[in-house]
Design a protein around this ligand. Sequence first.
Ligand code: BGC
Length: 780
Amino acid sequence: MSGHDPEWTLVEHGFDRARAGYRETVFTVGNGRLGTRGSLEEGHLGALSGTYLAGVYDAHDSPVIDLVNAPDWLHTAVWVDGVRLDPDAAEIVEHERVLDLRTGLLHRSTTFADRAGRCTRLRSVRLASMADRDLCALRVEVTPLGHDAEVVVVAGVDGHRRNLDRLPRYPDGLDLPPQRRWDKWARSTHLDVRELGFAADGTGFLHADTIDRGTRLAFAFAVTAGRAADRSTDLVEGERVARRLEFRVPDGETVTVDKLVGIATSRDPGRPDDPGARAAATVAAHAAGGVDGAVRASTEAWAELWRDSELQVVGHEKDALALRFGTYHLLIAANPDDPTVSIGAKSLSGEGYRGHVFWDSEILLLPFYLYTRPETARSLLCYRHHTLPGARALSAENGTRGARYAWEAADTGREECPRWTPDGKDRFWTREEELHVTADVAYAVREYVAVTGDERFLLDAGAEILFETARFWVSRLEERADGSLGLSNVMGPDEFHSHVAENAFTNRLVRWHLTEAVDVHRTLAATAPDRLAGIGDAIGLDPDEVAGWADVADRVRRPVARPDGVIEQFDGYFDRLDVPIESWDENDMPRYPPGYHHFNCEDTKLLKQPDVLMLMYLLPDEYPPETQRANFEYYEARTLHKSSLSPSIHAILGLQVGDPTMAVRYFERSAYVDLDDNQGNTIEGMHIAAAAGTWQIAVHGFGGMRMLGGRLTFAPRLPERWERLRFTVRWRGHPVRVDLGHDESSFVLDASPGTTQGILVDGAEVLLVAGDPVTVPTKH
Ligand code: BGC
């Protein structure tokens, strides 16, 4: 496994138990349908292994609904002369793992020594197939080094799984080893293993139901050996089913054991057939090709994904790797074939935030898919359509009309955000007050249609979302004494301030949202009156109601602004205490000023993350550069970046207002968050919104690509340490290949002959004619 490309591989040398949980997250393999953490196949004390299936949530036995830790398909144990090869029972002499981002394969090579000093090498390669999302595969190779050995391999599926419940609180400074912490985690049970065993053809199976939701999870597997085993036994023990193979292996020879796993559930949309039969059929379909065939097909599918979404940085190895690493995780987080799921805050790579879906999906994540794989973006937005009934119910429960999206959503769209911190000490107000998520979804619908030109989406799903959510705002707005309309008891994106009134971000987006809904209604009335009438009938909407929205939009309160253009984040913000930020940690992240923490910044001007700046980022046409600059200077100095969503927006806004000095710093804070674990909590899962935010820094920030006035525009300004930045974006159905440098930049429209597309580069018109590269000088 030597000689790996440093810009395409993530490498682990040596086994460090204290870092094992972090490695498990970053080494996750997946295909959008499922994610499997990069745990060692054999497990060890303190391991936090998990396979998560998108959309499989369960509420049984836990205070808040969980993304279920599904049966473990990796489950494999190896004994050599009676000694189990795992980090607890044997000594690790050498250990290396390599995640190949290009192919999605996780390779491993570990040499164990037993007490007598006899060494045995264990190698494996695993994948979650990108070519067939129902398929996973594992190959294990065992080689005795310097001795003949009795080798036993047990390979199967383990249904004994628990979700983590809450992290124990330890006094500051108490540094317990990970295995002790692991023992203390409260556990939730979501699975009831119903059937397990072996079919007549030798295929193993395990069927489990989630206890509360009753979703059937079916796993089928075939275990085969490179050479005939001396003995083969089928094991069914408790919640585990496995095949045990015994071999007599001479010194230096290798035995290979392959496992193909088929996975199906009763919630897979459009597939009503028996999940057990479907899982078995997957294994049967791949039996002839085996693990090699699965590797080949998946690698081909990955090549296609990279062709559309590679971001290539020339001149800086670590940045190049960081961008590919982030892109890899974005690609394994989303499934274009399932319109009923979205992406949780930690993707499918860990249990942080219990797999819940936030505004992250629409605001941070969506642009990546929108510009690289628009069909995936469509699918993600369809999740919001699929969960409209939950959003309607949430609105009704709160005495409002229409549909209100939950701050944290899971499978139904109902609110899943906890009210209290796990220790019961502090109250979260986000579930009641972070209403802006509803406008964020509307914003994403508009972005999708504007970038792709896919107007049909409005008829299929988008218009219903826009109209139902517009209704929510109309009923939630409060009339003020002067006749204007406002919102009290809200929280903007900055979660340090609750119960505020007239949050500039929320009010402005609500106004935008209502205006957009009116526009879309008007357009559809002209272009698709019958379909529009159908939508109106389905949700009881008549044109008079829509006409009223324009008036409501007009009455929504405008924010207060100082003469220099700095917008007040909410009513009374300017009167709060100015507490300076004066200290930064070893990762260059601001520290809380002495005495402050997450829950007591209410009276200060300190921000957790951008709020007014986020607004300016989302509506770039509306704020002139001087206003953006004044606000950037004011709010940047007061922001603690206690959300990993924060640095990317600051990097881009800084570049946009002509202050590139901090952009590289913010890029590193965002790009390295999981690569370097710079917040110390990657063990809980990827900060997937930061990965997408990093993509946005590269494309929207350094590449300066924005949609302005409905046009595709570029204003390249590469950091000095990058020689070139190359990427492809899809604009109105066609790929535009972009190659940016310090002196010149070139663009190619990849479309059928005769197609043209006008773009703006540094304000100048550039006409792209399909197939003809155009090179223009770079101004910045
Ligand atoms: C941030 C939110 C974000 C959530 C999930 C929080 O810390 O403040 O904006 O949606 O994390 O990523």
